[in-house]
Design a protein around this ligand. Structure first.
Ligand code: PMP
Length: 395
């Protein structure tokens, strides 16, 4: 039977491929800076105490594993909408649908864009999270890029704005709400206002991907971009993920929100998204969303989450500072302040591809070829070695 005889083998996912190489590496002091997960001081992915408590309470009153509604748990969707939008818009016009992580939210969103503007092109930042291009292309869109990371290693805001000015009406602009992946470079509030003005004036559809809310300055400040767009009444798409902020990666906890023009429109859009969910996975998983909703709905657990999220954010910032200082000690003629100015889990370290390869092969420090490193994988034990190795390959 020759059914699969001609199947082409695709290249490995570059990030997962790097982790496989890291796992196979036997060097005792090896460090994996390739992954996109937060790790604590001991290099472990944390189980947040607020989540653990919520899960213990859930276990104590365990019930049968029935189906979750197609659009997810209503109480989960309500707390997510409140968290993301607060009072920036009329929530009666917002559809929020539980999704399988941020990726699942992007997929639901992509299919919903196809319902309203099937011929739109989708504009992503250059560079962006690799899956953005793959996901929107697979959904049938032509994906274009707008300038983002400048040749000088800083945000190319002029280039970004100039490109928005020529994008045709109806096209979709995908923006990172905060903690841009991979560069760590975020827009200032004033720059967000300028972008929102152009996007609205030109009738582009904003799609804000929100995978790291809480990791830049805190939940409220990090929601600025989403709430700015929401405050003029929309329309807009927002994909949201709890993977990082509740450390619930494997539970697939996310949501898609769409801001519509009226409660009637909301009902019609909801019916479309339910159709998309139904034919894709029928209904979402229960455990993670139930735990997330329990944390957000309980004032004590919610306070604890704020503290735990704050501690993750502060630890990342401390590692940025330490890395920048330690690199500056070893290479005093270079400026590393950009590491401290970037937000979120990642730093575009300004390592070139040959340097990233050398770092890996000679020092067993695994960074992406683009130079992206996960700052959240640094800790007091590995940071001296990492700084020493980066300084050596940058020489
Ligand atoms: N968007 C961006 C920008 C991301 O970095 C990620 C996660 N790496 C996602 C979406 C997807 O998140 P999730 O793991 O919840 O699917």
């Amino acid at each position: 039977n020759a059914l699969f005889a001609q199947v082409e083998e695709l290249p490995r996912d570059p990030i997962l491929g790097l982790t496989e190489a890291y796992v196979a590496d036997k060097t005792p002091h090896r460090v994996n800076l390739g992954v996109g997960v937060y790790q604590d001081e001991n290099g472990k992915v944390p189980l947040l105490a607020c989540v653990k408590q919520a899960e213990e309470a859930m276990l104590a009153k365990a019930g049968p594993h029935t189906y979750v509604p197609i659009d997810g748990y209503a109480h989960y969707n309500a707390v997510v909408a409140q968290l993301v939008f607060a009072d920036s818009c009329d929530l009666a016009k917002v559809v929020t649908v539980q999704a399988l992580g941020g990726t699942g939210a992007l997929k639901l969103g992509a299919e919903m864009v196809k319902v309203v503007t099937p011929n739109a092109r989708v504009w992503i930042s250059d560079p962006s999270w690799e899956n953005h291009r793959a996901l929107f292309s697979a959904a049938g869109f032509t994906v274009e890029t707008y300038p983002y990371y400048g040749a000088d290693g800083e945000l190319d805001f002029a280039g970004l704005l100039a490109t928005l000015e020529i994008i045709p009406a109806g096209d979709v602009v995908l923006l990172h709400a905060c903690c841009h992946n991979p560069t760590g470079l975020d827009l200032s509030q004033d720059q967000w206002r300028q972008i929102a003005r152009v996007v609205r004036a030109r009738n582009l559809t904003p799609f804000l991907d929100t995978a790291y809310m809480g990791f830049a300055e805190g939940l409220e400040t990090d929601a600025f971009s989403v709430r700015l767009f929401a405050s003029d009444g929309g329309p807009m798409f927002v994909s949201f993920s709890f993977s990082k902020s509740l450390s619930l990666y494997g539970e697939r906890v996310g949501a898609l929100s769409v801001l519509t023009a009226s409660a009637q429109e909301r009902a019609r859009v909801l019916s479309q998204i339910k159709r998309i969910a139904r034919i894709t996975y029928s209904s979402p998983p229960s455990h993670g969303a139930a735990a997330a909703a329990a944390v957000l709905a309980d004032p004590a657990l919610r306070r604890q989450w704020d503290e735990e999220l704050g501690a993750m954010r502060v630890r990342i910032k401390k590692m940025r500072r330490l890395l920048a200082d330690k690199l500056a000690e070893r290479a005093p003629d270079r400026d590393f302040s950009y590491i401290v100015r970037q937000n979120g889990m990642f730093s575009y370290s300004r390592l070139t591809k040959p340097q990233a390869i050398l770092l890996r092969e000679k020092y067993a420090v695994y960074a992406l070829d683009s130079g992206r490193i996960c700052v959240a994988a640094l800790n007091e034990k590995n940071i001296d070695y990492v700084a020493e190795s980066i300084a050596k390959v940058m020489q």
